[in-house]
Ligand binder design. Structure first.
Ligand SMILES: [Mn+2]
Length: 269
C-alpha cells in the first residue's frame, strides 16, 4: 500500500546548535512521512555558530539537502526566523533551499501564508538583542528542568511570558492574514502549537522541537492537522522484527553528502 502523501508538512523552531534541539526526532518525522512540499518555518538554527552543531544536527541538514534535490520533485521552502536571520545565503548554498521572509501558496482553493511570527511580537522586533538573550536563557533553563524548585518556578514565569507572546502572535497573524485575503496563516516562534479560528480565518502555530512537546503540521485534502511526535523507540524494542517504517531515500549518484565541513565550522561567530 502506498503511504499517504500530504500536500504540505511544516515544522519550525528546531534551534540547531542548542543542546535542547531534538534534531534526531525531527529527522525521523521527515523520514516517516511523505509530502509534496516541506516548509521549514524559521528558527531552524539557534544562531550562526556552526561549531555548536552535533552529528544529529548535521544529519538533519543532510536530509534536507537530499529532499531538495530537484529529481525528488519536493518543494522545500525555508522561511527565515529571527534566529535564522542572515542565514539566507549560507543556507541556499549549503542545502540548496530557497529562503523566504514570507511564503504564500494556494491549495484546494484556499490561500495560505507561512511566516515565522516574530514580526507580530513587538518585543522581539523592537528589542532584538535582549530577546535573543531571553531565548537563550529560556533554552538553558529548560535543560536544568526539574533539578531545583526555584528554577521550576522561574520557568513557569517565563512560560507565562511565552503564553502572552503566543496570543500576541496569534492576533497579529490573524490581522496579517485578513489584510492579505488569506484563509490560513501558519507561524512558529512561540513554541506552542495551537489553532485559533476567527471569522472563518485560521491561524496555526507549528510549536517547536526544543520543549517536551514536539509538534509539526500537515495539510492535505482532509484539512490541517497538528501532530505530536511520540518517541516510538520503546514500542519498537517491544515488538522486535517489525519492518522499519522509514521510507529512507535512495541516494542519487550525483548527490554529494553533506558533512561536517571545516569551512562551515569557521563560519560561526
Ligand atoms: Mn523565533
Amino acid at each position: 500500500m502506498d503511504p499517504h502523501v500530504y500536500n504540505t508538512l511544516i515544522l519550525s523552531d528546531l534551534h540547531l546548535g542548542a543542546e535542547t534541539s531534538r534534531a534526531r526526532e525531527a529527522t525521523r518525522v521527515l523520514k516517516e512521512n511523505r509530502f509534496e512540499r516541506l516548509i521549514l518555518l524559521g528558527d531552524i538554527f539557534a544562531d550562526l555558530n556552526f561549531a555548536r552543531l552535533t552529528k544529529d544536527h548535521w544529519k538533519f541538514l543532510g536530509y534536507i539537502r537530499k529532499l531538495s534535490n530537484p529529481k525528488r520533485k519536493i518543494e522545500v521552502v525555508w522561511v527565515e526566523g529571527n534566529h535564522d536571520h542572515g542565514l539566507t545565503n549560507i543556507m541556499s548554498h549549503l542545502v540548496g533551499v530557497r529562503v523566504y521572509q514570507e511564503y504564500k501558496w494556494q491549495y484546494n482553493g484556499l490561500r495560505h501564508i507561512a511566516i515565522h511570527g516574530h514580526q507580530f511580537d513587538g518585543f522581539q522586533v523592537s528589542n532584538l538583542p535582549l530577546s535573543t538573550v531571553g531565548t537563550s536563557l529560556y533554552l538553558f533553563l529548560q535543560k536544568l528542568d526539574f533539578k531545583s524548585k526555584p528554577i521550576v518556578r522561574m520557568i513557569d514565569r517565563l512560560n507565562t511570558r511565552w503564553l502572552r507572546m503566543s496570543s500576541k502572535v496569534s492576533s497579529g497573524a490573524l490581522q496579517h492574514a485578513r489584510q492579505r485575503n488569506a484563509d490560513r496563516i501558519f507561524c512558529g516562534h512561540t513554541h506552542e502549537a495551537i489553532h485559533v479560528e476567527q471569522d472563518g480565518l485560521h491561524y496555526y502555530n507549528t510549536g517547536g522541537w526544543v520543549d517536551s512537546r514536539l509538534t509539526y503540521i500537515t495539510i492535505d485534502e482532509r484539512g490541517v492537522a497538528i501532530h505530536e511526535y511520540k518517541d516510538l523507540a520503546e514500542d519498537a524494542a517491544a515488538s522486535q522484527g517489525q519492518p522499519d517504517r522509514d521510507h529512507e531515500l535512495i541516494d542519487f549518484a550525483d548527490e554529494p553528502e553533506i558533512v561536517e565541513h571545516p569551512e562551515y565550522q569557521k563560519a560561526g561567530r
